[in-house]
Design a protein around this ligand. Structure first.
Ligand code: F6P
Length: 507
């Protein structure tokens, strides 16, 4: 088959540039790339469609075509959408309608053949799928990754602040695009059952999808790249990373503590990843401080507790809160925060620190899936992870624990979870072994690709089989993106708060 992924946000290049350094270059790009590679490995021709960016600040994304080294049947295809410069994902909407989708159709027309199916990712890729399907009849799958209604809840959107937040995040466009994507898709793919029922069950999606309808959903979990994160592999950066970790421990950790295990956290400095409660757990628990150091891998920032230059405002706020706890509990000499760029370095650091009986921790307030702990588990680290979201499915099965699940808002519970692993070598080894085996058995990209391929074959054979009989109409803004027919705040209020507005208003 010929399969073309729709992923306008962020971008793709052979060096995986900016991964984890920008909110549009996170887990979703890893997901799309890995599923694409695994499908190609299974013999299919795969395109990753994204946006062409001609911007001196983002020089990697100017060419129309690109490829991954040594991989013959995956093309990265970048097509213009709006202005040349980089745009954050919230600003892409009108350009998808006016440029990106027409450019995709023109590109394949010039090649003489359209793909068999389009897996659409996030609301923006989903919307492109809706429009392409509308024009060509070629089916698409929709994978939301993160839905706008939950983001609105997290941001505390209310009738009072909705106008201000919508001006920045464009929730009206996003929610409408999500509703159309889940409604028109051949099938909607989630990573967990919980994602299906909790996220798609939000009232904002009422009338667009029925969470009880098994035809509309398929659960296909993502996977871990074992060539990078396996505990039995080594990459070109192994020795260099070991030396870097040791140098950073020597910089930040008191000399008599440098051999201790590490409690490792590795996520964006984002309030929703909640590193603060992990630091609080460490600060409030002397026994934890006796057993381990706290080591935060902080993306591109090398010593951000001392110098936060270059961090974005949200990261600066997180750092300020962490700094205050470190200061008030005098944790200097017990905590290290340093840059570790790219997956190979991260994997090498995990493998190195696993040999010291270290533990991986992720205390995010909510993790839709939670790939990072599975990557750490593959590399040999037992994990202590938020109980909210995907980890409660991936790391627990009835009574069997594959990782320690904790309440991320309760530092005492986090500390208890960490101490279970750090105090008893047999418990540490048991969790390390079970966690790794769980990944090998259930969470590989090969399995993810097989899941997609089976669904794609089914919807290509019968595009309407899993679709609702009556589809939602495409909003005029997504037919012709102009200020005159933009989605109004009144429409957003009606969808999100269920408030009837009567006639359309401009907010
Ligand atoms: O890759 C980063 C990611 O996980 C994407 O799935 C998505 O773009 C984003 O984070 C979450 O989006 P949002 O914060 O807009 O809900």
């Amino acid at each position: 088959m010929h399969i073309a992924f729709l992923n306008p946000q962020g971008n793709f290049d052979p060096r995986d540039s900016y991964w984890t350094e920008h909110p549009d270059f996170g887990g979703q790009l890893v997901y799309v790339k890995q599923v694409a590679l695994a499908m190609a490995e299974a013999g299919h021709a795969v395109d990753i469609l994204t946006r062409r960016i001609v911007d001196p600040a983002w020089p990697e994304f100017a060419a129309t075509e690109d490829a991954y080294e040594g991989i013959a049947n995956v093309r990265i295809i970048r097509l213009p959408a709006g202005p040349d410069q980089f745009l954050r994902k919230e600003l892409l909407w009108p350009h998808l309608v006016t440029d990106w989708v027409p450019n995709i159709l023109a590109f394949y027309e010039a090649e003489g053949k359209l793909p068999d199916a389009f897996p659409g990712h996030y609301a923006d890729g989903g919307l492109a799928g809706v429009l392409i399907e509308d024009r060509t009849g070629i089916p698409f799958t929709f994978t939301g990754h993160s839905l706008g209604a939950q983001k609105m809840e997290k941001l505390g959107v209310s009738v009072d602040n909705v106008a201000k937040l919508d001006a920045h995040y464009h929730f009206a466009r996003r929610l409408l695009a999500e509703r159309l994507s889940m409604n028109h898709s051949g099938v909607t793919i989630t990573s967990t059952r919980q994602e299906r029922f909790e996220q798609y069950g939000h009232t904002a999606y009422r009338g667009a999808i029925d969470v009880q309808d098994n035809r509309r959903f398929a659960v296909v979990p993502p996977g871990v790249n074992l060539a990078v994160f396996g505990n039995d592999v080594a990459n070109a950066q192994e020795a260099e990373t070991r030396a870097h970790v040791l140098a950073m421990l020597a910089r930040d950790i008191n000399s008599d503590r440098r051999e201790l295990p590490a409690v490792i956290a590795s996520s964006r400095l984002d309030p929703k990843k909640n590193p603060l409660d992990l630091v609080r757990a460490f600060a409030q628990t002397p026994e934890l401080q006796e057993k381990a150091n706290l080591v935060l891998f902080t993306g591109a920032h090398n010593d951000p507790l001392r110098d936060d230059t270059g961090a974005n405002p949200a990261a600066k706020q997180v750092l300020a809160q962490i700094r205050e706890v470190v200061q008030s509990h005098n944790l200097w000499g017990k905590i290290a925060t340093f840059a570790l760029r790219g997956q190979p370095a991260l994997a090498a650091a995990y493998r190195f620190l696993a040999k010291r009986c270290s533990v991986f921790a992720l205390t995010a307030l909510y993790e839709p899936f939670g790939l990072a702990p599975l990557e750490a588990a593959a590399a040999g680290l037992p994990v202590v992870v938020t109980q909210n979201g995907g980890p409660s499915e991936s790391l627990r099965d009835a009574e069997i624990e594959y990782g320690v699940l904790v309440d991320p808002t309760d530092p005492a519970d986090i500390a208890r979870g960490l101490l279970r692993l750090l105090c008893d070598p047999a418990t540490w080894a048991g969790f390390a072994q079970r966690g790794r085996q769980r990944v090998l058995d259930r969470y590989t990209w090969g399995r993810t690709a097989q899941g997609y391929l089976a669904l794609i074959e089914a919807i290509v054979a019968d595009p309407k089989a899993r679709r609702p009989e009556k589809l939602l109409p495409i909003h005029p803004y997504f037919e012709e993106a102009s200020a005159a027919n933009d989605i109004t705040l009144g429409e957003l209020r009606e969808i999100y708060f269920g408030v009837k507005q009567g006639k359309r208003d401009k907010g």
